[in-house]
Structure formats: structure tokens, C-alpha cells
Design a protein around this ligand. Structure first.
Ligand code: SF4
Length: 301
């Protein structure tokens, strides 16, 4: 059905895809493949991996020597590597190259005497620090300053004459821009050298650009993904400013969600489907089929 369109750019990014492929590929040669923490914030992806035989463990102390550990794309602090090496545990590091670059720069600049500022979701609103931030913090040789919103800048206490600023790769770009402007102005006023790495992920940006474009020409949008996923939440907020949007964690709930939102499908309705960087494209194809069937059955003349 031409009226139902999947965004040209959406779904699993290269970093998450690589981690998933690595986990499943290694099952061929290893009896026990274990993900250290969920690979992405998406229950369906994690369920699929478990069904294939991949275990997920959250605690390093529970890991046995005969397991092959897959470190996910979000990145891990140095202590995780130290623990695995010290205990002779095999691992494959799937930290995304974009996140690796952030770790390297944080380490380098902090060693060079820069105060590190990380813009990201450190848990101010959710109470839970985003795993990428938890990983990045560990690379600074001095305690970094964490900034989640502009209010955090009111208590900015920089006691060095140079700062290095970086961002969580999935942080909202518009919010990051406002925060960065203020940090720049603060540094100029106080004669502080300021090096900025606006490390927002390009994959994320493209998904948002293409999804917004689709939403502008759609009567209804579906955003598919985990409700704990930072990038999916950002995508939902973006897309819903252009068209009525339904956030679907499980595609099979689409009818319930339509009812909840008091939305009736119709044959002429233009429907867009998109997903953040932690959702498999196959789920979107499935949703498209479900919607086509529903409209075909109920609304065809
Ligand atoms: S969203 Fe971007 S930075 Fe994050 S894992 Fe994917 S490619 Fe890497």
C-alpha cells in the first residue's frame, strides 16, 4: 500500500548492528556467548538474542571463565576491561567507534590538564545514568562535570583554565546547542580555553531528519522502539511535533494504541513508520504488513 511508508533512514545503526551480528556470529564457535548488559534498549532485540542462545548478564561477578563476553556499543569504563583481563575472561569489544573516540579524547584532554564537561543524561530527570555516560566518566583522570540541562550551568564550577566539552552521542542536538552556547559564553567571560567536541551521532541525526520529513507529509506516524531507549524517546518527541504519533513498544499492540489515542485508520490516510537506532528494520516491515491487512480487511470498499 503506497500510503504506508517506512522512513528511508531509520532503525538499527551500524554500531548496534555490529554488536548484534558479533554476538550471533560467535555462537557458531562458542558454546556460551554472553552479553554484558542489554545490547540495546529494545526488549524485542534482546528477546531475539536470547532465543538464539545468547545470555545477558548485568553483573561481572556472575561471569564464568568459559563464557565469551560481548561488550555492547554504548561503551564500558576501564574497570570492566581490567576485571575481564585480570580474570582471564575472553571478550569481544563492540563499543561503537564514535563512543571509542569520545573515550580517547576524554582521557587525552584530562591528562593534559583540561577539566572535562560531559553533556548527557546523567540521571537528573530519570534517576538512572545513561550507560554511555557511565562508561565515558571512567576515562577522565579528574572528576568530570556532568550537564543534563541549562539549569546545571548555574552551578558551573570550573577551577582550571581550560575545558574539554563532549556530548552523549544520542543527546538531543537542539538542547546540546543551547548548552554549548552558554558554556562558550561562560568560558569567554572567564578567560577559559574551551575545546568542544559536539559528538552527537550522525546516524541519529539522519534518522531524525528523514523521519521529520516523512512526518510532515503524514496523517499519522508510528515510532517503534523501547520506551527506555534514549534515542527512540528523542525521535518520538521530534516526530510528534509534526504529526499525531503513536509510540509502539510492541508492534502487536497497534490496535490497542490506536483505540487509546482515539484514532481510526482509513484507506486514504497517509501513515509513516520510523524507529530509532535500537530497533530492527524487520519489525517495521512487519508493522507495515499488519497495518495493510487491517486497512485492507476493515476499510477496503
Ligand atoms: S547511535 Fe551512533 S554512536 Fe550510538 S551506537 Fe549507533 S552509530 Fe554508534
Amino acid at each position: 500500500m503506497e500510503n504506508i511508508v517506512i522512513s528511508k533512514v531509520c532503525g538499527l545503526c551500524a554500531g548496534c548492528n555490529f554488536a548484534i551480528l558479533t554476538a550471533t556470529k560467535n555462537l557458531q564457535n562458542h558454546k556460551k556467548v554472553t552479553l554484558f548488559k542489554e545490547i540495546v534498549h529494545n526488549d524485542n532485540v534482546n528477546k531475539m538474542l536470547k532465543e538464539k542462545g545468547v545470555s545477558i548478564k548485568d553483573d561481572l561477578n556472575q561471569i564464568k571463565k568459559d563464557e565469551l563476553i560481548i561488550l555492547r556499543a554504548h561503551g564500558e569504563p576501564p574497570e570492566t576491561y581490567d576485571y575481564l583481563k585480570k580474570n582471564g575472561i575472553d571478550f569481544v569489544d563492540c563499543t561503537c567507534i564514535n563512543v571509542k573516540k569520545i573515550h580517547e579524547e576524554i582521557e587525552k584532554f584530562s591528562k593534559d590538564g583540561y577539566m572535562v564537561i560531559i553533556i548527557g543524561k546523567y540521571g537528573k530527570t530519570s534517576g538512572i545514568m545513561h550507560p554511555e555516560i557511565a562508561g565515558s566518566v571512567g576515562y577522565s583522570t579528574t572528576k568530570p562535570i556532568l550537564v543534563e540541562d541549562e539549569d546545571d550551568l548555574n552551578k558551573l564550577n570550573i577551577n582550571l583554565n581550560k575545558v574539554y566539552v563532549t556530548c552523549q552521542t544520542t543527546f538531543n542536538e537542539a538542547k546540546a546547542d543551547k548548552i554549548l552556547e552558554k558554556i562558550k559564553a561562560f568560558c569567554e567571560e572567564n578567560n577559559i580555553l574551551c575545546v568542544i567536541n559536539k559528538s552527537i551521532c550522525n546516524a541519529q541525526k539522519q534518522i531524525n531528519i528523514y523521519s521529520a520529513k516523512l512526518a510532515k507529509t503524514s496523517d499519522l506516524m508510528f515510532v517503534v522502539g523501547g520506551k527506555k531507549s534514549s534515542n527512540t524517546i528523542e525521535l518520538f518527541n521530534n516526530v510528534s511535533s509534526y504529526a499525531p504519533t503513536i509510540f509502539l513498544e510492541d508492534i502487536n499492540d497497534f490496535k490497542t494504541e490506536l483505540k487509546k489515542n482515539n484514532i481510526k485508520l482509513s484507506k486514504d490516510m497517509k501513515i509513516g513508520i520510523t524507529a530509532g537506532a535500537s530497533t530492527m528494520k524487520s519489525e517495521l516491515e512487519e508493522l507495515k504488513k499488519l497495518l495493510e491487512n487491517e486497512i485492507g480487511e476493515k476499510y477496503d470498499d
